[in-house]
Design a protein around this ligand. Structure first.
Ligand code: FES
Length: 97
């Protein structure tokens, strides 16, 4: 095992988990997560931040929102989990990076 020296300043994990509409846990972040993930990837590339900000798509993190997606933010300045994230919130997460 070799430890990589490359670390991001911020790592955003975006849930895009999909469940059936009749699942008692709700439909999951699904399409909202896909939209947030795509926007974060495109915007971080456009801003030249891909080395500082890593964006990873995940499955359920156990904090399932009624709307939007759940995003976990791991950064040098702390960690946090945000739920009900939509596209406009995603830009804020990038601007805080
Ligand atoms: S389905 Fe996204 S956090 Fe559970």
């Amino acid at each position: 095992m070799i430890r990589s020296p490359q670390l991001p300043r911020v790592h955003l994990f975006v849930c895009a988990n999909v469940r059936a509409d009749d699942n008692p846990l709700g439909p999951g972040c699904g399409e909202a997560g896909e939209r947030v993930f795509k926007l974060l990837k495109e915007e971080s590339l456009r801003r030249g931040m891909v080395h500082q900000v890593w964006v990873t798509k995940t499955f359920c993190m156990g904090i399932c929102p009624k709307r939007g997606a759940t995003v976990a933010r791991h950064a040098e300045d702390g960690r946090g989990i945000f739920r009900d994230v939509d596209e406009s919130d995603a830009i804020t997460l990038l601007e805080d990076a």
